[in-house]
Write a protein that binds this ligand. Structure first.
Ligand code: CMP
Length: 262
């Protein structure tokens, strides 16, 4: 069974911005079941599951290691499995005709993806690319369905995850229609700080600062515009670029909250 990992022959046509690394999928032999269990137990999708449900999932998943740059899921391909990130990072992305990229989401350890096509039987809705060497738990459609029949709590959790994603997508649509680039950038930086940042003396420290091109791809803008807006926020002391990291200050968070309330 392929478990949904895109093979080189089935990869989408390569655009300039698309990853060109052929997909190399290696089953992880001898992965520690305790680590698998721990990944499942802390994944939001499997939150508050009873221990027997976690054991059931542990017995059903397979571990896969994917190198950086590979397409775990390719848009428009049929889907036969979903994934939970054990470690590493995945970017959910769509490409326009010209190869221009829009980043839908950045996923980290514990996050899951690849479930949509298992439920609506449609093709994969987006590309999911490894942006770091990544280890995944793969759960086939068949195993997911069997598991949910025995443990309906997982289906409820899945609905919760999908509702959260729809909520985020609604927010993005509203921002694209109603906010200028500056406001969208502030909102995105504050969200990054909240999702990935650790508390520091000057604010929330995002360990890996996204590049200006990555920020542009996240908020539907171009690098030049983001560069100007980003540098202005830094001059105003609202963000502090520090080496490869970025500090999101309480002043930026306050400004974002005020805008929301206005
Ligand atoms: P699927 O359509 O099977 O394959 C692509 C996956 O990308 C999809 O399932 C979701 O898991 C994920 N995905 C699609 N759109 C979004 C989004 N807007 N935010 C986060 N994840 C998404």
């Amino acid at each position: 069974m392929s478990l949904g990992i895109a093979r080189p022959a089935a990869a989408p046509p390569v655009m300039p911005a698309r990853p060109s690394t052929p997909v190399e999928v290696r089953p992880a032999i001898g992965e520690d079941p305790a680590r698998i269990r721990a990944t499942i137990a802390r994944a939001p999708l499997f939150a508050a599951l009873p221990i027997n449900a976690i054991e059931d999932l542990t017995a059903r998943v397979q571990v896969r290691k994917v190198p950086v740059g590979s397409a775990v899921v390719a848009q428009d391909e049929p889907g036969d499995a979903m994934f939970v990130i054990m470690n590493g990072r995945i970017k959910v992305v769509m490409f326009g005709e010209s190869g221009r990229e829009v980043t839908l989401s950045l996923l980290k350890s514990g996050d899951s993806f690849g479930e949509m096509s298992l439920f609506d039987q449609g093709p994969r809705s987006a590309h999911c690319l490894a942006i770091e060497p990544t280890t995944l738990l793969c759960l086939s459609r068949e195993d997911l369905m069997r598991h949910m029949q025995a443990h309906p709590r997982t289906a409820v959790n899945l609905l919760g995850e999908m509702a959260r994603r729809l909520r985020r997508a609604d927010e993005t649509i509203a921002q694209l229609a109603l906010c200028d680039v500056n406001e969208r950038l502030i909102h995105r930086l504050v969200a990054l700080g909240r999702e990935e940042g650790a508390s520091g003396p000057d604010g929330l420290v995002v360990r890996r600062r996204p590049t200006q091109q990555e920020l542009a791809n996240m908020i539907g803008s171009c690098r030049e515009t983001i560069s100007r807006a980003f540098n202005q926020l830094a001059r105003d002391g609202l963000i502090i670029p520090r080496g490869r990291s970025l500090v999101v200050t309480p002043a930026l968070i306050e400004r974002c909250e005020k805008k929301k309330a206005a």
